[in-house]
Design a protein around this ligand. Sequence first.
Ligand SMILES: Cc1cc2nc3c(=O)[nH]c(=O)nc-3n(C[C@H](O)[C@H](O)[C@H](O)COP(=O)(O)O)c2cc1C
Length: 314
Amino acid sequence: MKRFPQFKEKAFLSPMARITDVAFRSICKTYGAGLTVTELINAKGILQNPESIPEICKRAPNEDFFSVQLFGDNPKDLARAGELVSEHCDMIDINLGCPAYKICRVGAGSQLLAHPQKVRAIVEELDSTLSIPVSVKMRTGLNDKNITVHEVAKAAQDGGACMVMVHGRTRDQMYTGTADWDIISQIKKELSIPVVGNGDITSPENVKERLEESGVDYVAIGRAASGNPLLFQRINSYLDSGSYLPITTKERLQVFEEYIKLSMKYQTSFLHQKIQAQHFTKGITGAAKLRLALNEARTSDELLRTVTSFIENE
Ligand SMILES: Cc1cc2nc3c(=O)[nH]c(=O)nc-3n(C[C@H](O)[C@H](O)[C@H](O)COP(=O)(O)O)c2cc1C
């Protein structure tokens, strides 16, 4: 087992498909996120198409400790894919949480929560093959009648995982209901490796409460960070000094400008930039016109001009 490093930042950016691209991750790091992870990547896809690796594992210079998340069900395939990507990252994370049918159908993602021994075999295979550490990210079980996170987290630890991240929902819950932080606290007590708690954190106060109540080593933030990398700065400020300033619309849109510029540099697809535009303008009062204009933009330059002129007229 290789060790998970210590982060001074207590809040990590949780992986999110079509959101946590390299430009977005880099901006979250700039504003104080700890660990950053790619979205889930198909291990079999990597084996079939290894020339895609430099693109999908693109890392920003400020991602000083960077993890690639793989999904799959076969220990050997996962370990071979892990070997191929290991020169581009510092850790491999195995997805044991994705509830999507097309992933569960092939026995991967949250389907693995029904098979603790297989999880152990997967982690063991990766840990013995790779020179970099292996972590897992999981939900609490398939449904409330099958809460297996205790066995699965232990199996991952026994197999050599350096860290376990737990999203406190079952697969069948998808994103409904609330994350069960009591279970997350129990897992923290049961394991000796670092535990990262995840689910429903939306504010700096939430981070403090969750860290104190559950005893987890770190928390990971997904949806509340999408379109809002400044959240990490406010969290760090609150944990350091007990106070933080509210995030203004102007600041948020300035960060979106930064995002567009960086995503042009990293050649993120235009479609992706437009999806991000929706996240960055979500919940902003009076932004209906801006959203419409962003929606009509046909190039990245047009996106940038639209947001810049909105900020200037704010
Ligand atoms: C749009 C979206 C995409 C996601 N993609 C991934 C993924 O690729 N890998 C993963 O482990 N979790 C993924 N998740 C789950 C999040 O990482 C996180 O566990 C979940 O959203 C709960 O945290 P939150 O309440 O802070 O959002 C995704 C979630 C969302 C909303």
